[in-house]
Design a protein around this ligand. Sequence first.
Ligand SMILES: O=C(O)c1cc(=O)[nH]c(=O)n1[C@@H]1O[C@H](COP(=O)(O)O)[C@@H](O)[C@H]1O
Length: 241
Amino acid sequence: MTKQVTTTAVDLGPKLIVALDYPDANSALTMAKQLSPEFCRVKVGKELFTASGPHIVEQLQILGFDVFLDLKYHDIPNTCAGAVRAAANLGVWMVNVHAQGGRRMMEAAKNAIVSSNTNTLLIAVTVLTSMQQEDLSGLGIAINLDQYVATLAQLANECGLDGVVCSAFEASSMVNRFGSNFLRVTPGVRPSNSVKGDQRRVMTPAEAVNAGSSHIVVGRPITQADDPGEASAAVVAELSC
Ligand SMILES: O=C(O)c1cc(=O)[nH]c(=O)n1[C@@H]1O[C@H](COP(=O)(O)O)[C@@H](O)[C@H]1O
């Protein structure tokens, strides 16, 4: 299946996705209550989901949030499709798989979304933003990181996925190749005064959006701020400049 490149932009809603990386539901909900669904979405990842189970998704939805379920499925096609179907049945806004699971896995995941009759968006992680060229070399992957991201994104696009997770450094080439409706969800975003931590390919929120990100994922710079509400408002203000 080869997807058309589209250039007419649709309204993508709030661009900011706050990563709720917490060890329990109460901490995540306390944080979410300091945020506004009008200005951001929230992301439930492996730590929170493993600790709290699917109920946390429902609790965040009751607060009015669109939920990105970030479990980065990477398995044989049948298992991955079943997991994606279960995620879609939770009514999540977005779910992801690892593009490195390959064509048959992504096609099976896409078919699971289609047969679920939901609007859940399915995207594929290309190369983690915590990785750089030397990490690929350590895995025996000898090609240039940008090229590897492009190869994985091409595969995701051909399998009918709605977009990719990539770093903001690759976002503009995604728009050029696949059009603006193919989403570019970029973690590794750091306001200018915050620490990089384990991230490697980073940009500020404004730089990321100017570079072509459709959505940015921000976790610790907001969740570990003295005033998370203020920190998220500052990111949103930077995005609308
Ligand atoms: O799929 C993701 O969300 C993801 C992909 C990626 O390449 N890099 C990445 O950091 N993430 C997630 O984005 C969030 C970034 O959090 P902070 O580094 O605290 O801003 C974490 O929840 C990561 O799991």
